[in-house]
Write a protein that binds this ligand. Sequence first.
Ligand code: TPP
Ligand code: MG
Length: 652
Amino acid sequence: MSKLHNQLANCIRFLSIDAVQKANSGHPGMPMGMADVATVLFKDYLKFNPKNPDWLNRDRFVLSAGHGSMLLYSLLYLTGYKSVSINSIKKFRQLNSICAGHPEYHPKTGIETTTGPLGQGIANAVGFAIAEEVLKKKLGENLINHKTYVLAGDGCLMEGISHEAMSLAGHLKLKNLVMLFDNNKISIDGPTSLAVSDNFKKRFESYGWDYILIDGHNEKQINRALKKVQNAKRPTVISCKTKIGYGSPNKSGKSSSHGSPLGLDEIKLVRKVLNWNYKPFEIPNKLLKEWRKIGDKGQFIEKKWNKLFKKNKKKFNQVAKNNFKNILDSEKKNALKELKSLATRKSSELTLNALTNKDNSLIGGSADLAGSNNTKTKKHKIIEPGKFDGNYIHYGVREHAMSGIMNGIALHSNFIPYGGTFLIFSDYCKPSIRLSALMQQRVIYVMTHDSIGLGEDGPTHQPIEQLSGLRSIPNLNVFRPADRVETIECWEHALKSSKTPSILSLTRQNLNPIRKKYSPNNKCSLGAYEVLRTNKKIKLTIFASGSEVNLAIETSHKLAKEKIYSKVVSAPCMELFDQQSNSYKDKILNETKNKISIEAGSSDCWKKYVGESGKAFGINEFGKSAPYKVIYNYFGLTKENIAKETKKLIKK
Ligand SMILES: Cc1ncc(C[n+]2csc(CCOP(=O)(O)OP(=O)(O)O)c2C)c(N)n1
Ligand SMILES: [Mg+2]
């Protein structure tokens, strides 16, 4: 091993050790163990330009083992990214430092994605690799030809999402995807042998990946492996045998170096062992210069690329151009011409049919429920193994990976991914949905069969607490449209929300149209709005969403016969309603003292609108297997029962 290599790698090691020590928390073991691999990757292979972190054709480096965040921050500082200064490293894990406990995505920083929940980064990387191939088909191989590297540890590979994501990546033959597996055989509880006896070679080869086993501290072996993957035909795992906490005489190879400061005495010993005679946070000029030279190379590569890009910029802008608003406005007019009873999943399909066009940036898919989620239209072209001239992904029964992959696709460039499953299986997507929201990514989740209205499949498939759980995730819009026009409007809002992911909660069963007159305004963007009143003067407000808006209307008419007048408020998106002006909210919420809500799911989240004196009609137990009208009846979600209960409430 060359002396220079060792010294460059030690820069990463000591920045990591010192930052964790100063913060008095963090994970030194992984950066110490993977410093050699990262040094060779950044020095000789990774194509990146710290002066323009978001350069379109850069190689993506994803730190799936997000606890080793100091590895990434050290590399960003050393190679000259403006985002990370030595001062920010000194503020590792302190309020508002870019060097947060785990990497948090911010544009133009070199932090490509938010990681920490183990395994997510692997799915993100698969998304990056898919997006790269699809964009390459649109712009040409001269322009788009980058790799995606993902650093994953034992923990990432124990997570189920790693299986889902790697299996799909192998199937699709994502040859530009490279995993650097930190094979140190240690996790928090101790040696991985406590819980794992997988044969990694067989595991990965069965997915269709190439597998290369190397000593992760041997510069030559690292180099040889990285050289080889440049011409790979399939995704590759480079399994790097490393020592966690490399260089620490008492803690290396042990879980004690995983997640706590080494301690001042031990750090002294590491400095001795690795022959590092510098103060904490000191990177000698000579080495900093070497690292900056590595970072500077990218400028020239990008400059050359830019010349080519300029000639093709028109093509790129074409891909980025989305004419959604006009398309959806005509769609609304079409819907009003037809006015028939439709499931909102079908309305969503009709909307997608209008939107789908190979030149725009939508990439659709579903987790083996294309026909049920109505996510695939006749116009879609399927993305197949090695063939990326398409815009639809069969994700297979892999909801979690689908969601993590969509995050990667959204992060990559200007693609807008959407993917379908049943709303009940949003639970299988939840960790990635949360990250879409945290990272402010425009990912659209098409979740159908959104209540007991799915009928016979029964309680295992009938969402109860899902809507209210999803609504409690910050920066996530949960849409539950009531008819075709609302479905179009919710799609429109989701597409234009460039910093917020959306859930479209859609029905299996048919719904009668509610919006029958054209309005150029997107009323769903208000979150909640009046759809009916039975008199000018009213004494009841009925809130409802999705399939229950029809029920609310029937109930309102029934009560009107008994001279109890009311208005019905369709509330397709609580989050958007909550953001409206106080005067608008006041008008909707406070016209009457008596308020009820109807939604076929947990009722708690409606209490903020109906108040203590109101009543939220919903379902707070598991569903039933039966034809859906029977189930609605069983749970008292009928106009007769709701009218009866409401009269009692008004009398009080
Ligand atoms: C989904 C998830 N579960 C649990 C954790 C807590 N956790 C953080 S690191 C870790 C062990 C990881 O082991 P490994 O990937 O081998 O990392 P190493 O100790 O080698 O650095 C665990 C369980 C987490 N971050 N994410
Ligand atoms: Mg490990």
